[in-house]
Structures are given as C-alpha cells and as structure tokens.
Design a protein around this ligand. Structure first.
Ligand code: ZN
Length: 465
C-alpha cells in the first residue's frame, strides 16, 4: 500500500519543484519523490500548499514551558542564567507524574504545530519531589515518551545524568529531583533500553551527561563508553556560560571542550549543546572529531548566554543543529534565522553565513533545522530522500507572510519571513497528526496544561516560593 501526497510545490534537493508528489509506504517511509500523476493506492491532494521536510528540535526541556513569561523580571529571576535557574527549579519542584505528562504534551503540541516532527528531549527530572526514586525509576522518562506518543511527534529521549551540583559546590536543593549516582543512572538507562521496543520507529533513546559541572570526568568516561557500546547518541551542555568554563579550568586545568577533546570523548555521535564560549583550538577539536553543535539561539538570547560564532564554526566544517531548550519560544525557523541575525548585529554586516562552501544562506539555515538535527539524534529524517521517515509539513502558499513568491525566493521567504501560523499539515511516519493547522487533542491538551500552570503558580506573582 502506498500514499501519494500531491502538493503544489515540493522541496526536493534544496529546490522547490512543481508537478511532483511524495510517495510514502505503509511503514511510514519515503519511497521517492515522483511525478504527480504516478500510480499510488491512495492520493492526498494538498492544493495551494508547499511540502517540506519536518524540523528536528535536538534540545528540549519540555517542563520549562511552565516558566515562559515567568522569568522576564529581575525581581523574580535575577539578572543572569544562574539566578534564572531559581524560577526553573520552582517549576520542576512539585510536578507529579501526571503533570509532567500534561506539560510535556503542551510543549510537544506547540512543536508539532510549528512543523517539528522529531524532538530530542533532554530529560533530567527523575525522582519524586523529596528525591526518592519512584517504584519504576524511569517513570518520568516514560511519562515524557507517552506525551510524545499522544501528540504523535517522534521522540529521542535523551536521559540525563546529573550527579552533582558542581565543582566544590554543596548539593543544591533545587536540583533534588535531578540527582542520581553514576551506577544508578547506568542501571536505569539499561532498564529503559530493555523496556523500549527496539522496533519502535517513533521512540528512540540517547544519553545526556548534563554538563561538566554536573558529571565529573571519570563518570563521564564510563557513561560515554556505555552509550557507545549501545550505539546511542550523546548530548551534553558545553560552554554555555563563562563561569562554567572557569570552574572547569579550576578543576581540570582545561575548559570543557578542550577537556573532552583531550580525553578523546568527542565524536560524530556527540552533540555539544551551546558551545558558545569556545576558543579557536576548541573549534578545531570539534571539527576534527565531527562533533555536532546543538545551538539554541532563542533561549541563548533570552538567557543572555552569548552569541555562537556560527561563521567560524561553519567555516571549520562543523554541523549546527537547533533546539528550543527553555521553550522561551518554540519556532525552529526563528532559531535558524537568529544564527545569522545575531552575527549581523555583532559584525554590522548582512548575510554573514551566505556562500560558505558555496551554499545559499536560506538553504544552509534550513539544513540546520532539519538534516543536521537528524544526524545529531541519529534518526533518518529531516529530508525527503528515499528511505527516510515520511516526516514533513506543509505551508499555505497564500499565507500573508509568504504570498507572492517565485521558486527561487520561496525558501528565503519561508526561512526569514514566515510565521508558524502558515503551517497547515504535519505528518510523522506518514501519518497526518495535524490537518489544516488543527490537532485533534488540542483543546484537551491546552486545558489540562492550564490547570497545571495554575497549580504551579497559584497565588504567586511568579516569585519562586
Ligand atoms: Zn538545555
């Protein structure tokens, strides 16, 4: 059985083409881009729409959706990343398993409506509010996976190791629910691998040592070796903040990326989340090891983290993927365009990332939001090539932000000018989970989320209590 999706335009090999369709197998994989009159068992016409591969969001903390709008004040959240964490810890402190599920569904629904077909969920809520293991220590991981399945989005659950508060720091009570020992983490990870059906195409796993401040080097070696035996992707926050680099320098005599590079830990299965404060030598280490950088520009500007030197990084040949991180905004295209926009402000020039290796700017940024993310999460998606998962979205060509285009300027129009409200249909694994911008569970998901929000922030004006 096959299904042929017939849009007005289709993005194939970086070019919009007409009179073409996407032929999808009943296993949810792409057979080929074919002529629009090619034979198929079923035909789905998508008139007035363009069809593009779905976005891959490599770095999400779904529960942080709760702090959107609650941390934009120095009164409640202080002046920097470190004090902002107080607001974030407050949101995490008392969520029960049902609420973890409800909040994750809300974040994943918004991602789906924004064209995201795969999320890499960097998950570090593990224990009860008191710090006790649940009867199933993977309960909260499974709640987040269940939330993704409910929405229909593909998930790579990156289970996080969070072993300490930091170098020479006492345990922070705000991190109580994150902590495990290294042996416990590995035992729980092994159980999760055992219990997750290997044949599942929409649920995959990965390993996420939180950061060098939270995972000492010896434990990191052990966790990375285990992940590599299991052939799982490894994601880690690296060089997001200058203070994090300084603490690493005090503890090990090296900054985080250099430490990992010298330890031989970097590699094509490794994604360095942020990698903002890195030296030229560290850029060379990331490039030589084929490590991906997971950049999160909407969050990084929200937190005042700094600006990724995307020009230097791309010229070195490093692949950049994108993540929504704190959920300050959920919009992969906004993350993509900010890679260039932040550099424009820094350099007082335009189109900084254009023509690196001869590639046009919009196509390069679109790759960051799609195929680069697929590589980071080790899923065959983010492309319309034969054999990839049939994960795609459509946009309304009559939408006010992009109407009036030619085949040449449509991709720049979409990357730089489109709002997510132009996105109409979302397919994951060949199933349309959103049709005409409507998800069947939308009303229920939003109302349940609103209840959780009211409980978390009850009677407070956003001040962590
Ligand atoms: Zn993060």
């Amino acid at each position: 059985m096959t299904t042929l999706y017939r849009p007005e335009l289709l993005l194939a090999n970086g070019q919009f083409v007409s009179d073409a369709g996407l032929l999808v197998s009943d296993e949810g994989k792409i057979n080929a881009v074919v002529a629009s009159d090619a034979p198929s068992d079923t035909v789905v016409d998508l008139p007035g729409k363009a069809l593009l591969p779905g976005f891959i969001n490599v770095h999400s903390h779904s529960f942080q959706r709760l702090i959107r709008g609650k941390s934009e004040s120095r009164v409640t959240s202080g002046k920097d990343f470190w004090s902002w964490r107080g607001t974030m810890y407050h949101a995490a402190a008392n969520l029960d398993p049902q609420q973890v599920y409800d909040v994750a569904r809300m974040a994943f629904l918004e991602m789906a409506l924004a064209g995201t077909t795969t999320v890499g969920e960097f998950h570090y809520l593990h224990t009860s509010p008191a710090g006790a293991s649940y009867e199933d220590p993977n309960l909260l991981s499974k709640q987040v996976i269940a939330a993704a399945r409910s929405v229909g989005i593909r998930i790579v659950l990156l289970r996080c190791a969070y072993l300490r508060s930091g170098f020479e720091l006492p345990p922070d009570p705000g991190q109580t629910r994150f902590f495990e020992t290294a042996p416990t983490f590995l035992a729980n990870m092994e159980a999760l691998v055992r219990e997750t059906p290997v044949a599942s195409s929409t649920v995959r796993l990965g390993v996420a040592p939180h950061s060098i401040r939270a995972v000492p080097l010896d434990d990191l070696r052990e966790i990375a070796a285990w992940a590599r035996r299991e052939k799982l992707p490894i994601h880690m926050h690296l060089a997001e903040q200058v203070a994090e680099n300084e603490a690493c320098l005090r503890e090990y005599g090296a900054t985080p990326v250099a430490l990992l590079g010298r330890a031989g830990l970097l590699g094509p299965d490794w994604t360095a989340i942020h990698a903002i404060h890195i030296t030229a030598d560290e850029t060379a280490m990331l490039a030589a090891s084929s490590t991906t950088i997971g950049s999160c520009p909407t969050t990084e500007r929200n937190l005042g983290d700094g600006v990724l030197a995307a020009d230097q990084v791309m010229k070195a040949g490093i692949s950049i993927a994108l993540g929504s991180d704190s959920q300050a905004q959920i919009d992969s295209l906004e993350d993509a365009r900010e890679l260039d926009y932040h550099l424009r402000l820094t350099h007082q020039q335009r189109a900084i990332l254009d023509q690196i290796d001869g590639q046009a700017l919009a196509a390069r940024l679109f790759d960051c939001a799609t195929i680069n993310g697929a590589r980071s999460l080790a899923v065959h998606s983010g492309t319309l090539m034969p054999g990839a998962f049939a994960d795609f979205f459509t946009v309304d060509l009559r939408d006010i932000a992009i109407a009036g285009h030619s085949a040449d300027d449509l991709l720049p129009l979409i990357v730089f000018g489109m709002n997510r409200t132009a996105i109409r249909d979302i397919a994951v694994n060949g199933n349309l989970i959103v049709r005409n911008a409507r998800h069947p569970l939308e009303a229920e998901i939003i109302s349940r989320y609103a209840e959780v929000h009211a409980k978390v922030w009850h009677a407070s004006c956003g001040v962590p209590q």
